[in-house]
Design a binder for this molecule. Structure first.
Ligand SMILES: C[C@@H](O)[C@H](N)C(=O)O
Ligand SMILES: C[C@@H](O)[C@H](N)C(=O)O
Lengths: 159, 159
């Protein structure tokens, strides 16, 4: 299982905005990201899970420097789309395992999540792509997370 | 804005499982994915948004053929971790825009979401990586989605 992971990456410059209680109807994601694009705010990660009773949350991450501006931009959109509120967290980091073909071989996510669990690190958000599993965690745990993931996947630190 | 997107991909063999109301404490994600790995189930996408009042949902996608098995495997885990329930949807597809450096230039997510909105396609889940923005949608809309995204990003179909 360790073999397909070729690197661990981290980003400690992570802040998140969660638009809470967005109506799950067409045009809502578009409204949120149009506003951010017009304000020229770069977005790193976007996470939206499935809705329940046609309501869901939409989270995006920005650099810590952009958080105040993003919240200002989003505030009127919250009202216009009928979302409940907008929350933010500026004390986050992301850690990722990077590799090819991880989806075809079960066990990589399990191994990553177990390593974080055993180090007492709570997983705040999860997002994945074909070559990457990313966990957003508390920024104070980023160093520990990178270390335990290197060990779990048998990589030299600096890989 | 169109220039950084070099391709549109789709996957119509998508089914999702959502573990609803999972307690947001360490070890929960690990328990879910340990069970799936032991059953040798390949996981495509994982989505977990931020918790509210220490409760969140965790969604993962599998092939449509693996859905029944995944639900069987997850059922006892739902109880053991104290989640509320487990739901599934076998009628999904994913569409992605693929490109390099999209995060450094605002507007790609906005353009993708607007194209889907204008085509009347609801976005069920969103997940991203550095090179990819993925929307999970109703499987019946996959063809339309691919077509409107090619047009929005000025790509020849087949790109
Ligand atoms: C919630 C949001 O993604 C909505 N479903 C949309 O399509 O815009
Ligand atoms: C919800 C789940 O991700 C939990 N926070 C964990 O760390 O396992």
């Amino acid at each position: 299982v360790a073999k397909k992971v070729r690197g661990i990456s981290q980003d400690v410059n992570v802040a998140k905005v969660t638009v809470v209680g967005v109506p799950d109807r067409t045009g809502v994601a578009s409204a949120i990201f149009d506003a951010l694009a017009r304000a020229n705010i770069s977005i790193d990660t976007i996470v939206q899970n499935a809705s329940i009773n046609r309501i869901t949350d939409l989270t995006f991450t920005v650099t810590k420097n952009d958080l105040t501006k993003a919240m200002k931009v989003i505030d009127p959109v919250v009202k216009s789309i009928g979302a409940r509120e907008c929350t933010s967290d500026s004390k986050l980091a992301s850690v990722s395992i990077i590799g090819a073909g991880m989806q075809s071989v079960p066990g990589y996510a399990a191994k990553m999540f177990r390593a974080l669990y055993e180090a007492g690190i709570n997983i705040e958000l999860i997002t994945t792509s074909e070559i990457r599993i990313t966990c957003i965690i508390d920024e104070s745990k980023a160093g520990d997370a990178v270390r335990v993931l290197h060990r779990a996947f048998e990589l030299e630190q600096g890989a």
